[in-house]
Design a binder for this molecule. Structure first.
Ligand code: C5P
Length: 234
């Protein structure tokens, strides 16, 4: 494995997480006595390669100021935007203001993905250190995948060997990612992760296999599972 590069981290945390059907945005739900967001931040803050971290927050977020880490000087803030891609773009602009250069690596990670293993983070950094484009943690599909038709019936079965689930962190060079997001947003394309913006720009991000338990909390049962896993960890 290559030696690890220094990097910046961006955590978009301006979403509401409607699929959780909770009383607050999912990143503020509790796990082991703290919020999901605090655990997520921990995955990065103590890493020796981290140059800085930007958190994109909703403008009127009432929850963030109540957290113990709200005044942590290592955490810089940017305004969230209408879509995830807008939030990430705002954070990249903030990184430039903090002195990051266009060739620096940026790792973008979901706020509600608190179970990122250090070994996965180190593997991503090591594997992509000398890559011209970058890439993402991903997991090969363990289930057979069906493509649905508009009628809700199976239109086709996809080749499972070729299906990967895109996780985070996603790691790209600051300048290239900023340009790809700006172009993608201007074109009106659906950009659900950073890799898709890079793909639209003609780049081929690398898939780095990670752990399946690097789960993004999306549905109530995800949090139930994580709470059980956390009890065993602590
Ligand atoms: O909704 P989903 O889980 O796909 O969101 C992924 C990440 O993007 C979450 O961390 C969420 O807070 C963030 N996000 C954002 N700004 C938005 C929408 C989502 O920062 N407008």
């Amino acid at each position: 494995m290559n030696s690890q590069p220094h990097f910046w981290a961006v955590i978009p945390a301006a979403g509401v997480g409607a699929r959780m059907r909770a009383d607050r945005p999912k990143q503020y739900l509790p796990l082991g006595g703290r919020t999901l967001l605090e655990h997520t931040l921990d995955c990065f803050l103590d890493h020796p390669g981290l140059r800085g971290l930007v958190l994109a927050l909703g403008r009127d977020d009432p929850y963030w100021p109540t957290l113990a880490c709200a005044d942590d000087p290592r955490i810089q803030r940017a305004d969230g935007g209408a879509e995830r891609a807008d939030s990430v773009l705002n954070a990249l602009v903030k990184l430039e203001a903090l002195g990051a250069s266009v060739d620096d690596w940026v790792l973008v990670h979901d706020a509600a993905r608190p179970n990122l293993a250090r070994s996965d983070l180190d593997r991503l950094l090591g594997e992509l250190a000398d890559d011209p484009v970058g890439g993402l943690l991903a997991v090969p599909s363990r289930d057979t995948v069906k493509l649905a038709g508009v009628d809700g019936k199976v239109a086709r079965t996809l080749d499972r060997q070729l299906i990967w689930l895109a996780f985070t962190p996603q790691m790209f060079r600051l300048g290239a990612l900023r340009q790809a997001l700006e172009q993608g947003l201007a074109s009106g394309a659906a950009i659900t992760d950073e890799a898709s913006a890079m793909e639209l720009a003609g780049a081929a991000p690398r898939l780095i296999e990670g752990r399946a338990d690097n789960l993004k909390v999306t549905r109530p049962e995800d949090l139930e599972w994580l709470r059980l896993a956390w009890k065993q960890k602590c």
